[in-house]
Every structure is written in C-alpha cells, then in structure tokens.
Design a protein around this ligand. Sequence first.
Ligand code: GLN
Length: 295
Amino acid sequence: MTTIQNHLDFAADNLASVSDSPRLDAEVLLAFVLAKNRSYLRAWNDKKLDVPIISHFESLISQRLDGVPIAYLTGTREFWSREFIVSPDVLIPRPDTELLIELCLAQIPEDSPFKILDLGTGSGAIVVTLAAERPNAKVFAVDASFAALEIAQKNAHFHECQNVEFILSDWFSAVPEIEFDLIVSNPPYISAEDEHLSQGDVRFEPKTALIAAENGLRDIKVIATEAKNYLKPHGQLWFEHGYNQAEDVQHILTELNYFEVQTYHDLAGQPRVTTGKFTQHSFGIKNVDVGRVAA
Ligand code: GLN
C-alpha cells in the first residue's frame, strides 16, 4: 500500500499534461474522496490508503485526464464564499461573475422588498447569493432548462433562502406581469465560432448556456428589448457579457433608450458588466422629432 504523498505525486505527474494546476487538482480530488479538507492530506501524508479509496481516486483522475472539470467531478464550486452544487446541466460559477454580484448588491437596499429577476439562473449562483445577502428582497429565478432549475432549487434550499421563486421560462415567456426593480442576467454570450469553446472546462459545459447567435449578442438583445416591459420606472438592467462586447452591449441598451448606461471592469481588467436604467418616460422624450413638431 502506498501513502497519500505517493498517490498525490503520481496523480500530479500524470495531470501535468492536461491541467495548469495538477497538484491542486490531485489534492482537491483526493480530499473529496476522503471527505476531508486539503490540510488533512498534508498532516497525514504518510498515511496508507484503502483500496476502495484508491480506486475511487484513480477513476476521478482518469476522468480529469479526459478533461472533465474538477467542479463536475466533486459536484461543487465555491462562489461568493458559499458552496454551490453543480452538474453538467449548469455552467460552473466563475469568479468573473462576482463582479455582477458586488455591483447589484450595492443597488439593493437591505430593508426593502426589492423585486429582482435573474434570467438564465443555471446553478443559481447569482440568484441564491442575492437572495441570501438580501433576505428582504423578493427574488425570481428563470431558466429554460428544468434540470438547471432543479440544481438552482437545491442550492436555494441548501443556503436556506426562502425568498426565491423559480420559473421555467424561455426568457420572459412565462414570467408573470411583475414590475421589477432590478433585472440581472449572465446569459449565453459566446459566438458559436469562438475557439475558446473547444478548450478546457468549457468543452464540458452546456452549450445552450454558453452560445448565442449574432456573434453572441442575440440573447442580450432579446432580454434588453423585453425587459423594458418588466422594469419599474428607473428600474435597472444588469448584464454580464464577453470581454470584447462592452461597446456592443452599450449600443444595444442606448438604442433601446436605456439611460445611465455604464460598463464595469472585472478583476482581470476586462470590461465585464454593463448596466442601464429604463423608464417609459425617457422612451417618449427620446422619440419626439422636434423638427417636425415645430413645423
Ligand atoms: N464567462 C464564460 C466563459 O467565458 C461564459 C459565460 C456565459 O456565456 N454566460 O466561459
């Protein structure tokens, strides 16, 4: 029987060909199999492992060698310091999306029943985080995938959020007539031709959650167009988008008469989140053709 240390060394050597973080991957997977944290592995590095543990670990390593993301192997990923259940039915929550959370939380009062809609909920990372951080808000989660909504519901339950309602809907098609204070979305925004779809973890993620027509902008356009009917006066729309889409998203929002359109950068310095506000009133003003009225 070989020790924890031996198994980790061997696995990390193998994983070096497929992963940027082979040692970390090996540790995370062995800790998962042992149901311990990673510090246990260091404290007990001379410990010998039992055969069932070894075979479970080896099966995970072999899946990792095939490229399967760590989060799908362990079934969880941390986001905003909470653990989220994930499966291949949902995108793996990204650190980039924490920017969207930070910006939205700054807009949501702690003590009012702010109404929030999250479109394309997936794992529920956004909706559950907002609901947990703002228990007085009334939050609605929409996804067109039943399997995704099941995961999001589990996460809401796991984090004891009682203020989330789940709606199976293709964008707004089944959303009740509610006026929201804030609509947020991390929609599919990658172009089908993007080479990044054939690299790394993304290969294993649901394509419907990643790819959008019209150079990745189709769903953003649909949401921005329809959101106007569901926003309170001065209600806010918030999008996460691709690093190279800020100008396009700003253009879409401005053309649709959103105002105070602004883009924010993520920790990697990429433009990642764009927001705008909408009021039916501003729609009217912008469309007055002053020349013709005067004549
Ligand atoms: N940010 C993700 C990526 O680049 C894509 C997420 C999305 O399409 N909503 O892989």
